[in-house]
Design a protein around this ligand. Structure first.
Ligand SMILES: [Mn+2]
Length: 320
């Protein structure tokens, strides 16, 4: 793994940066990418952010202060918050094999980049970006602060998850001192929802089933449900936390049907159960309390294999 000093040397000695985010972009990958992009531009470099999917309108403010620089060929490619080349989505084919530097906080990072800086103790990739910007000697301004704040707040579920550290709070506090509007950001990220989203949440709660003595809850979102509700793909992020919110549930599983019929599975756990370990059984990974994997088969088949896995997983943990 490269050191922070090496990151700074590489950023200083190169120019013409492409900064890649992961697919289904969230506040962390976008906030990290735009903060770094602005910092590099302020250093007189050319830089642009490339996102494999459409960026939801609610994230539009993260682009404030970014100069549109599109007419250059990349000489140095950076990915932020991207644990695996597959998560680059439609950008994978072109850039998946040629990422020069990866900055990430997923311990499951597959090491696909030429050099990587991965710190699994950070709540958000943006906490590393914060250090990078400091070391670059760039002055923080309200635009960079809004990006970093958004990233940390969204990845910690508004500072409620176990991944939030004292340092997460310290950085967030510092970003407020640079003028970011924390209340407004949190309202937009956590409270405001479309009627379509409310409708899909209602249907998702309708789909809930309990296993393992009510210690596992599984919900699903089918393509049909998405189509009927008229919801945008990006509005589905928060859905994953719903099943874990039920009292007594240790493993909350959200299955989301993809275009190819397989299911993108989000696993959220309580009481220190290792979601990443659970997802490994299905070839996935992630963090302790939040991880993901892909499961194939019909809805019933996929659900039952997840339910069985959850039953043995919970039995294994509680008997230990
Ligand atoms: Mn992240």
């Amino acid at each position: 793994m490269m050191s922070l000093t090496e990151i700074i040397e590489n950023l200083k000695s190169h120019d013409d940066f492409y900064i890649l985010t992961h697919q289904y972009p969230d506040g962390d990958t976008l906030g990290s990418a735009f903060a770094l992009c602005r910092a590099l531009q302020l250093q007189g470099k050319r830089a642009r952010v490339l996102c494999p999917d459409v960026i939801a309108p609610k994230y539009e403010y993260l682009k404030r202060g970014i100069k549109p620089q599109t007419d250059f060929e990349p000489k140095y490619i950076i990915s932020v918050d991207v644990a695996d080349a597959n998560l680059l989505g439609r950008l994978k084919e072109t850039y998946g094999g040629i990422v020069d530097m990866c900055i990430d906080h997923h311990s499951s990072n597959t090491g696909y980049a030429k050099c990587s800086y991965v710190d699994g103790t950070k709540a958000a990739a943006a906490e590393i970006i914060y250090e990078v910007i400091k070391l670059l000697g760039v002055d923080f301004d309200v635009d960079i602060a809004s990006c970093i704040y958004t990233a940390i707040s969204t990845d910690t579920g508004c500072f409620r998850y176990t991944n939030a550290t004292p340092q997460s709070y310290r950085i967030a506090a510092e970003m407020m001192e640079y003028g970011c509007d924390a209340a407004q950001i949190n309202r937009v990220m956590f409270e405001t929802k479309s009627r379509a989203k409310l409708e899909i949440e209602r249907q998702v709660m309708d789909s809930i089933e309990y296993y393992a003595d009510n210690r596992c809850a599984i919900v699903y979102v089918t393509l049909d449900m998405v189509k009927k509700s008229g919801i945008n793909d990006d509005e589905l992020d928060g859905i994953a936390s719903l099943p874990r919110n039920v009292e007594g549930v240790l493993i909350g599983i959200t299955m989301r049907q993809k275009d190819d019929g397989s299911f993108k599975v989000s696993v959220r756990t309580n009481d220190g159960l290792d979601a990443s370990e659970f997802c490994k059984q299905f070839g996935g990974g992630g963090h302790t309390a939040a991880a993901g994997c892909t499961v194939c088969g019909s809805l019933e088949e996929a659900k039952s294999s997840l339910a069985h896995a959850a039953e043995s997983f919970i039995a294994g943990v509680t008997n230990a």
